[in-house]
Design a protein around this ligand. Structure first.
Ligand SMILES: [Fe+2]
Length: 190
């Protein structure tokens, strides 16, 4: 559905309605992003290909407009690593983004081109501002679905390729039942 002119949409922990597009990412879409390849292969060879997250999007086309997206990341881990979104830089480096937490507990990893990492919590009634130039990945560190709204300029574009090739410098893993931020041993740097 293309929403033209003014619109309103209902937003809650089950998603957003109406929406323009729904994107579903399964483990097979994120093969190269999770660090524990043995855990990935074990799940897939056992016939498991879980949905990691879905995004309900309302996109706009004109310069100066805003896109909105409601992301639901399911709870779970691949090895010790929590389920996460693929993560991306914006193609247009001057564009920023705002997240608003709706339900669940999580973290956002942000990283500049030099590999400096910044972390904020995603939680209900809280916004996170992502300044221009930072790649961003959201991680569900809780036991329920993590749901948040993202608002960003329509011309931002998504560069997934840089993250696919280099990874993030940090990983968020579970240790003794709690989320811990550790160095990514496979980070490719610059
Ligand atoms: Fe973004």
């Amino acid at each position: 559905m293309i929403l033209k002119g003014p619109y309103s949409a209902k937003l809650d922990k089950t998603g957003m309605l109406p929406y323009g597009a729904k994107v579903e990412r399964r483990l097979t879409d994120l093969l190269e992003y999770f660090s524990d390849k043995d855990a990935v292969n074990k799940m897939l060879s056992g016939g498991e290909n879980p949905i990691i997250y879905v995004v309900y999007e309302i996109g706009r086309e004109m310069e100066g407009e805003l896109n909105v997206g409601c992301t639901i990341i399911y709870p779970g881990k691949i090895g010790d690593e929590y389920y996460f979104t693929m993560g991306h830089f914006h193609v247009k480096e001057t564009t920023s983004e705002v997240y608003f937490g709706i339900s669940g507990e999580g973290m956002i990893l942000m990283q500049d081109r030099k590999g400096n990492v910044f972390v904020e919590e995603i939680k209900p009634e809280t916004i996170v501002y992502i300044p221009p130039g930072l790649a961003h990945r959201s991680v569900n560190t809780g036991k329920t679905e993590l749901v948040f709204l993202a608002i960003y300029p329509s011309g931002s574009g998504h560069d997934y390729e840089t993250v696919r090739k280099k990874g993030f410098a940090k990983l968020i893993v579970e240790k003794n039942g709690k989320p811990v931020i550790i160095d990514n041993p496979n980070y490719k740097g610059n």
